[in-house]
Each structure stands twice: as C-alpha cells, then as structure tokens.
Design a protein around this ligand. Sequence first.
Ligand code: C5P
Length: 399
Amino acid sequence: MLKGKHIVLGISGGIAAYKSASLVRLLVKAGAEVQVVMTPNAREFIAPLTLSTLSGNPVITEFFSANTGEWHSHVDLGLWADCMVVAPATASTIAKMACGVADNMLITTYLSAKAPVFVAPAMDLDMMAHASTQRNIELLRSYGNIIIEPAVGELASHLVGKGRMEEPEGIVKALADYFAASDDLRGKKVLITAGPTYERIDPVRFIGNYSTGKMGYALADEAAARGADVVVVSGPVAVKPREHGVRVVSVESARQMLDACRDEFALADIAIMTAAVADYAPAHPADKKIKRERTQLASLELVMNPDIAASLGETKRADQLLVGFALETDNEAENAEAKMTRKHLDMIVMNSLRDAGAGFGTDTNKVTVFFADGRVPAAFPMKSKADVARDIIDLIVKL
Ligand code: C5P
C-alpha cells in the first residue's frame, strides 16, 4: 500500500527519535519515498546524516540553507506529501501543532500539508497524562489528524506507563491500513450532482437558490481520494474540486443537468444527488432582457422541472446505487423516507434547516441517513462537510 507514496516524516526532539532510523528504513523498504523534516532539538537525539543516508534525501531542519541561502519551501513539501507522520511527537511539538506556533520547519510543513497527518506521541507518562497534553491531542484529533496511540511500557525515565511511542512496525502498519481503507472505491465510477440550478427568465435573470455546492464537492473529493473515478455534474458554483482527476461537467438548468446525468449514469456504479435543483422553470424564457417600462410584468408562467433523481431511479440497474439528499424543515424523517421511496433511492441523507450550521452555504452539516433496505438509520453529530462526506462514503461502501 505504501509503494510510491510520498511521506514526510517529521521528527521532534524526544529520546524515541532513535527509532526514526528503523522507521525510515521500513518505509523505504515498503516502496515509499521519504522526506525527513527535523526540529532543531531532534538533531541532538539522532544524526541527520543517518536519516539522509537511509531516506536517500537531504534532511531539512532550517527554513533556508545557511551556506547557499536556498529556501526550503514548506508549501511545496506540504503539497508533495501523500501523508505526513510526526514520530516521535513530543508534548511541545503537539502543543505547537495544536496552536499553530510556526517557529520551525516541522510545524510550517504541518500547517501547509493538505494530506492526512499521523501523530505518534512519545513522552513521559506524567507529561502524557497532563490535561494540557490531553487537550492538545484532542484538538489534533478534531482537526482530522490521526493519533497513533502510544503504548504502555518502560519509558526513558525508567518509569512504566503510557507514553512509549508505537514501534516503527506499528506505525508502518497504521499507514498501510489507512491507505488500504482509502482505496476502497478504486475502479468505481461515481456520478455526483452539485450546486443549484439556474432557470433562465431572460439573458440576465434567473430563478435559483442559495446552494453553494460545498457538500457535493466534498463528496467528490472524498470519493476521488478513495480511488473512484468521479464526475460532478455541477450547477453554477464558485467551489472547485481539490482532488486531481475529479471531472466537472458544468451545466446551468435542471434540463441540462438531467441530460448530462443521463449520459453519465449509464456508466456509473454510484450516483449521489446533492444538487438543489429548482422545482420550476419559466415557461417562456425571453431572448432579450425584459424591460421594466414596457412589459409591466406582473406574473411569470412556470413549468415544473424534471426530477433528476426520480428519473435516474426509474432506469436504475440492480448493480447501481442511487443516493439522494433531503433538506427538510419539518417532519424530517417522514419526509425523507417518503422521498427515498418515491425516487427509488437506496439511501437518503437528511439534513434539517432547524439545526443551525446545517444546510446551504455552511462549512458544517448534521445529517441522518436512512436506508431503503430497512437497516437502522445512522445519525451523526455536527461535523465539517469534509467529515460528513467521509461518513456518507463509508456508508455507501458498506452498502
Ligand atoms: O424532492 P426534493 O427536492 O426534496 O428531493 C431532494 C433530492 O432529489 C436531492 O437528492 C436532489 O438532488 C434530488 N432532486 C433532483 N431533481 C429535482 C429535485 C430534486 O435530482 N428536480
């Protein structure tokens, strides 16, 4: 699972740094490319020469090279990484990561990293148990970092307790397991609708809604990160996919969205309908701008738009999975389940406008998921849309 992966190994100054040599060796043996970033203190515990020899790459400690003035770009490094591992992570480094104290190259790289970050704490048992360390570790967890729990064992102080860094083999296994799980949609084709639709009144006006596409694009990124071949049929939005390889088909109206989806759905294994499709469109859109003085427009004739989810539901094959969303204001569960049945969905993700922080435009969401096969609904607390996307994709993979 680690073959060809770019791994930034951040080493901070604890006695467990002596294990970093084995860690680098195991990672390289597993086929990974390793770039070591050390804090200045870490150099007291293990020689950079050992690590540069084992990794085959110069070790970075300073922001720039004193001899040449060459700048070490933490931004490039953060983008290069498929994952970052901080091992050992001392109490001080964990605190700096939690608060963004960017006074060394390890922390600036951490703050620039877009990839998952693994943290392997290593410290004396009392430091580990201290409320501030525990709070900082919880903060890191809340940022989405993955904590590789330290073991109980003999520590450098000769005391026995929790604080012993996970062995290099255990760290490599945690990474390999992560990449294995994060590849569970490999080979699957996923269609996602996202954003609002604009229904043209005339060349400068439309009927639309407040959808920003954030939830749909978060799902697209999550599915792509897990190996899927993703196409987003997207109404007009400002967001862009973060993952490479997410194909975007831009449309404006519900009709155009339906046409694009029909073509894509035939090839898809999974379709997730997050778009806030306008229910109605003007019956006779004007070719020229409607002038206020001349028309005295008092009403607008509307026609009903096609229901894209329901239409795909009618042609759905047994090997396809169709997932819908329901944004409700009242009778949430009942309405969502009725929609799931009517549209032949396999799963529906319900969010309620009664929950502050859920719905259009927010960066968070709080969802409950219902299943057509009768399994128990899954209710989640308020989370970032990226984390909600992970929960939803986990459920889809289970289905
Ligand atoms: O009926 P309602 O609009 O609440 O249903 C929401 C679900 O149906 C969402 O998954 C949405 O993307 C989809 N939908 C659609 N086409 C429509 C209306 C809704 O695909 N015209």
